[in-house]
Write a protein that binds this ligand. Structure first.
Ligand code: ATP
Ligand code: MG
Length: 367
């Protein structure tokens, strides 16, 4: 890879930890960053060169950010479609907006995955009582209700284990929220593929093992033996999907793996929590590669330098940080969030040259 001087100004819509770590990578390459977020004290303010404090639907502020920037990206996923279209027509959003628009709606997202060759769990649209009855008649129990828009970390989901649980879905019909009901997959594993590029060249990170706790990513393990035999096929299918859908920039696809088959769950057109390990464990992290993409620099398939375990630190894990770090040397990343809530992502630790078994032994020492 050749490094050239780069002083471009990158506009990032959204100032959370993903924006912050992307900003760090851009700055390492000589680029500059301007962030936009409604919170004055958000993570990116600790790194960026300029900051606009404004809501995501403040058209004037979005325009001001784009006006100043050489290239614009986003880490916040719920920017309104009308604003996205306006910005995309007038400014340089190098990754485009199609992947973002498609990923904002679970129904469109899953239909797109199928259209371009990826398997998904069976799903049905569910906007009212009749849809719900129809979906359950087809899928049986257990099934999962999910709102089509604005879900994250398991929010807006109802696990329907029996007839009694249907009552928990009904309140959503009163809020006008549109939803889907999908088959519950008793998966063996969850894993994700993170890709950077466009139709000229797409590279991908090693496929990690994602372990969730209460619907939130808890631990990532890389490399992952459970995907050894299907990793190449997963990467190829994912790259084929990205190419056929015409998506550009960065894309993470979350998969369920069952009996050696992989099922698309959802996608995110931004750096992903399951790729945090890459900062220390790869020669080029997801942030480095995407920064290089945005800055029009060359990028190549990243290489795994160390096996790694990434542990998310939620508010409730803060009291254990010192314990973890006395057990093994780890790379701690804190996100400068002012308020610690039990399930809020506050930071993460990456342990190099550690396997899952060793980490689980360390976890046993808690409590
Ligand atoms: P996140 O923002 O953390 O990615 P989300 O709220 O967007 O989450 P999903 O990724 O769809 O929602 O679901 C969160 C987790 O719930 C999944 O990672 C998985 O562990 C579980 N889950 C979701 N859908 C299914 C399913 N169809 N079958 C079994 N488990 C599921
Ligand atoms: Mg998910």
């Amino acid at each position: 890879m050749c490094l050239k001087l780069n002083s471009k100004l990158v506009g990032i819509i959204g100032g959370g930890q993903l924006g912050m770590m992307l900003a760090e990578a851009i700055k390492k390459l000589g680029g500059r960053v301007i962030g936009l977020d409604p919170n004055h004290h958000c993570s990116i303010t600790h790194v960026c060169d300029e900051f606009i404090c404004a809501s995501y639907d403040d058209e004037e502020a979005l325009r001001a950010l784009c006006e100043k920037s050489d290239v614009v990206t986003y880490e916040f996923e719920n920017i309104k479609g009308e604003h996205l279209k306006m910005l995309n027509e007038e400014y340089n959003i190098k990754q485009g907006i199609q992947s973002l628009i498609d990923s904002q709606d679970r129904l469109t997202e899953k239909n797109t995955a199928r259209k371009f060759g990826l398997k998904t769990a069976r799903f049905f649209k569910c906007d009212n009582e009749a849809d719900l009855v129809d979906a359950i008649n087809n899928l049986g129990y257990p099934a999962l209700y999910k709102t089509r828009t604005e879900g994250y970390d398991g929010h807006g989901q109802v696990l329907i284990k029996s007839k009694e649980d249907l009552a928990k879905v009904r309140p959503y019909f009163n809020t006008n929220a549109k939803g889907i009901v999908e088959e519950f997959i008793k998966f063996d594993y969850e894993a994700s593929v993170i890709m950077i590029g466009d139709n000229k060249k797409i590279v991908s990170l090693p496929v990690g093992h994602n372990i969730h706790k209460e619907g939130i990513l808890d631990i990532c393990e890389v490399p992952f033996d459970g995907v050894k035999d299907i990793e190449a096929a997963m990467k190829e299918a994912s790259k084929g999907f990205m190419r056929k859908a015409g998506y550009k920039g960065i894309l993470c696809i979350e998969y369920f793996i069952k009996d050696g088959e992989f099922y698309f769950n959802e996608m995110a057109p931004r750096p992903h929590n399951s790729g945090h390990y890459s900062i220390e464990a790869l020669d080029y992290s997801q942030y480095d590669l995407f920064a290089r993409y945005l800055l029009d620099m060359t990028y190549d398939e990243p290489k795994l330098l160390h096996k790694a375990i990434m542990k998310n630190i939620l508010g409730r894990d803060l009291i254990n940080v010192d314990y973890y770090l006395t057990q093994a040397p780890g790379f701690l990343h804190m996100y400068f969030k002012e308020e610690a809530r039990e399930k809020r992502k506050m930071g993460h630790i990456t342990f190099l040259d550690m396997d899952l078994k060793t980490f689980m032994e360390i976890e046993k020492g808690i409590e």
